[in-house]
Design a protein around this ligand. Structure first.
Ligand code: FES
Length: 157
């Protein structure tokens, strides 16, 4: 059983996340979000939608959201990928649900990384921010804004 769990961790968090640099509490939280994702699926009557791919691995995340009174009334993510990308997208939906569109569009990536609570390598940050980038693309499009190259780069780092 212990071997199976360690194998799972190695496959899920290759190279970058080990029990040495990951607080066990955060590891459990991430695994819980991965196994029991909140807000997975597609929002009904969505007015916001975007999809993007992590070019390093080919994993895709789609985000859809319904707007009510200028706020995100419902937001869901879909797609498949590693535990970090799935847990992060799921946490993100909880962080922004109920927020004003403009407020969510201004969200900083650090807020999400803080919620994840673990140290990540550059490639894993890309996993963690995939859903965040997709959400921003969707919100910007809804607001009629275009993401600058600088903003896009910032989400890749
Ligand atoms: Fe594909 Fe993390 S390995 S998103």
């Amino acid at each position: 059983m212990k071997t199976a769990f360690l194998s799972f961790l190695f496959i899920t968090f290759p190279y970058t996340i080990s029990s040495d640099n990951m607080d066990p509490m955060y590891r459990e939280i991430i695994l819980d979000y991965y196994r029991n994702p909140r807000n997975k699926g597609k929002a009904e009557h969505a007015e916001i939608g975007a999809k993007d791919v992590n070019t390093l691995c080919g994993d895709v995340i789609e985000i859809t959201a319904r707007v009510d009174n200028g706020k995100i009334a419902e937001i869901k993510f879909d797609g498949k990928g590693c535990a970090i990308s799935q847990a992060s997208a799921s946490m993100l939906t909880e962080l922004v649900e109920g927020k004003k569109i403009e407020e969510a569009a201004k969200m900083q990536k650090q807020e999400l990384l803080d919620a994840l609570g673990i140290e990540l390598s550059a490639s894993r940050i890309k996993c963690a921010l995939l859903g965040f980038k997709v959400m921003k693309l969707g919100l910007y499009s809804y607001l009629g804004k275009k993401m600058t190259a600088e903003e896009e780069d910032e989400m890749e780092e």
